[in-house]
Structures are given as structure tokens and as C-alpha cells.
Design a protein. Structure first.
Length: 319
């Protein structure tokens, strides 16, 4: 069945973020070329909706679209961001949200998280939003488990993204979760974006003391990816850049947003996922080629990251 996605257009909506779900989900195709998602845009009052740019959009669907939606996406808009003044949901949006069916997946992009939080849908749940809005978000919604460092959060039926282009990362993640890496990778290639980005949004936060001329750690990262099956150490990586371990670790975190050790685990999990999906290699061999060494180690990391065992992941996503 085609999965139905309803995307909210509020007055002051940012056109770039409004278009992300339609672009990513709209081009997703199954193995036979069949369409996987039906994306429609809705507004609390159908008709002309003012955007943040110098043009308007015409929205044909109203809140009734929520009664049929499998996923509801709330992008950022300046009217939605105005919730930050008092933390309450506008009456028209509150009434619309009441039409969402139980079990519907909820997704926010950027400051769209304010709307979900104001509706009480994020209470006790992990979430994120644009790094510039995190302090205000914490003030208004202390009951939400805000993570200001990540590009997106996935809590099963509720997913949130950081600012602007992180919505692309989240939509590709949803594709990968729904249909596997092959479908997500094809969509990423069509959009000329990476299938995933390293690190979190911490790397994009303004630094009080910028270091524009600082040497990059890119060479060490490229070398690590080419030698991922080897038992790599922090000293190995630092030596590739002729840096001390302390300097390399600090520079790496500034550039990537996570520690070298966390980054290595991410890359090894990604390698393992690819091999489990695309090959018939035994689990022990997948663990070796991914750099985990043993199947027990790989199983531990996949469970921590994905919540499933290697064999469970393969059963779900093996083409």
C-alpha cells in the first residue's frame, strides 16, 4: 500500500522546508518502480497560504487530510515559531491535530517541534530543533527530553529534526527505516545529497573563537574509511594528521560534532548495514569486514544503535 504523508503549511512557512517531504518521499520508488508514498500538503484553512518568501502557495487540502494520513509532517513556519512566545497551540491547529488517527507517525522539521511540544505530543519523549531555538524550547517545554546536538531524533512514532537541511537527513532516515538503504540511497542520489551526514548539529553552531585556518581531519577520516576492517586507534588517526591525540580529538569534534570513537562506531554500523542488506556473507564475516572483530561486538553495537540484532536487520532489509 502507498504510505500517505500529510505536510502542514502554516502562514509564514519556509518554502525550502515545506518542499523537503514532497521531494524526498515523492521520488522514492520500490524495486519495480512503484511509488511508495503519496504526499499532500494541507492547511488549517485551504486556499492561499503566505510563505516566508516573496510568494504564496495555494493549498487544496484541509484538516480532513489528517484522517487518512499515515505520517504527518510539521515543517517550520514563523507562525508556528510564534508558539515560542507563550507555549500554547493556536486553536485552529489544536482542532486539526485532534483529527490525527491513533498510531499515525508524527514528524517535525526544525522549529516545527514547537507545535508538537505545545500539543503535548513530545512530553517525556526525545526531540530536537534548530540549535538557535533550543534555549527557548527548554524554557517552554522542560518535560521534553531535548537533545540539542543531534541532526534528528527517532522515537518510533515521533521523529524530529534539527534546523533546515536536517529535514533532508530525517526524511532519508525515514526512507531507510521504511524500505532499507537501497531505496534511501537512490533518493539521495537523485537529490544530489549524501545518504547520511556524519555527526550532529553541534558542528554548525557558531563558535565563540573560530579557527578558520585550522588543519582539517578529513585525511584521517578518509584513511579510516578505507581501513575500517582494521583495529584503528585514536593514536593511528592522530598520526595521519601529524597531530597530538589531544589536538586531533578537539579538532575532530569541532568539525564532525562527535568524538572520533563515536564516529568510528557510526561508520562501522553503516558498513555492517550495507553488507547485511547487499550480501550473503556470514554474520562473522560481516563483523570482520566492518571492523567490529567479532559477531558479539557487532550485535552489541547494532542493538544499541538500531535496536535489532544483525540477523533481525537482515531479515527485514535484505533485498
Amino acid at each position: 500500500m502507498v504510505h500517505r504523508v500529510a505536510v502542514l503549511a502554516r502562514p509564514g512557512v519556509i518554502p525550502f522546508e515545506l518542499s523537503i517531504p514532497a521531494r524526498i518521499f515523492g521520488i522514492a520508488r520500490g524495486g519495480t518502480g512503484s511509488r511508495l508514498y503519496d504526499v499532500l500538503t494541507w492547511a488549517t484553512t485551504p486556499g492561499t497560504v503566505r510563505t516566508e518568501a516573496d510568494f504564496d502557495v495555494v493549498v487544496r487540502h484541509g484538516p480532513e487530510a489528517l484522517e487518512r494520513a499515515d505520517t504527518v509532517v510539521v515543517p517550520a513556519s514563523y507562525q508556528t515559531t510564534s508558539i515560542s512566545r507563550h507555549g500554547a497551540l493556536p486553536d485552529d491547529l489544536a482542532a486539526a491535530f485532534e483529527r490525527i488517527r491513533p498510531g499515525t507517525r508524527l514528524v517535525s522539521i526544525c522549529t516545527g517541534a514547537f507545535a508538537l511540544a505545545a500539543a503535548g505530543l513530545l512530553d517525556g519523549r526525545p526531540a530536537t530543533t534548530h540549535w538557535r531555538s533550543t534555549d527557548r524550547f527548554r524554557e517552554l517545554f522542560p518535560q521534553v527530553k531535548l537533545d540539542a546536538d543531534v541532526l534528528y531524533t527517532d522515537d518510533g512514532d515521533i521523529l524530529t529534526s534539527a534546523g533546515v537541511a536536517a529535514g533532508i537527513d530525517l526524511c532519508l532516515h525515514i526512507l531507510r527505516r521504511d524500505h532499507g538503504s537501497a531505496v534511501a540511497n537512490r533518493a539521495a542520489r537523485r537529490c544530489v545529497v549524501p545518504p547520511w551526514r556524519d555527526g550532529g548539529q553541534a558542528q554548525y553552531v557558531d563558535l565563540p573563537v573560530p579557527e578558520p585556518a585550522a588543519p582539517s581531519t578529513a585525511e584521517a577520516r578518509n584513511w579510516a574509511l578505507a581501513n575500517l576492517e582494521r583495529p584503528l586507534t585514536l593514536r593511528d588517526l592522530a598520526s595521519r594528521q601529524a597531530m597530538s591525540v589531544r589536538t586531533f580529538t578537539r579538532r575532530f569534534r569541532q568539525e564532525v560534532g562527535v568524538s572520533p570513537g563515536q564516529w568510528l562506531i557510526q561508520q562501522r554500523v553503516d558498513r555492517a548495514r550495507h553488507l547485511l542488506e547487499a550480501t550473503d556473507l556470514a554474520v562473522d564475516e560481516v563483523a570482520r569486514r566492518s571492523g567490529f572483530g567479532t559477531s558479539a561486538s557487532m550485535r552489541q553495537h547494532l542493538r544499541a544503535t538500531l535496536g535489532v540484532s544483525p540477523s533481525g536487520y537482515r531479515r527485514t532489509f535484505r533485498s
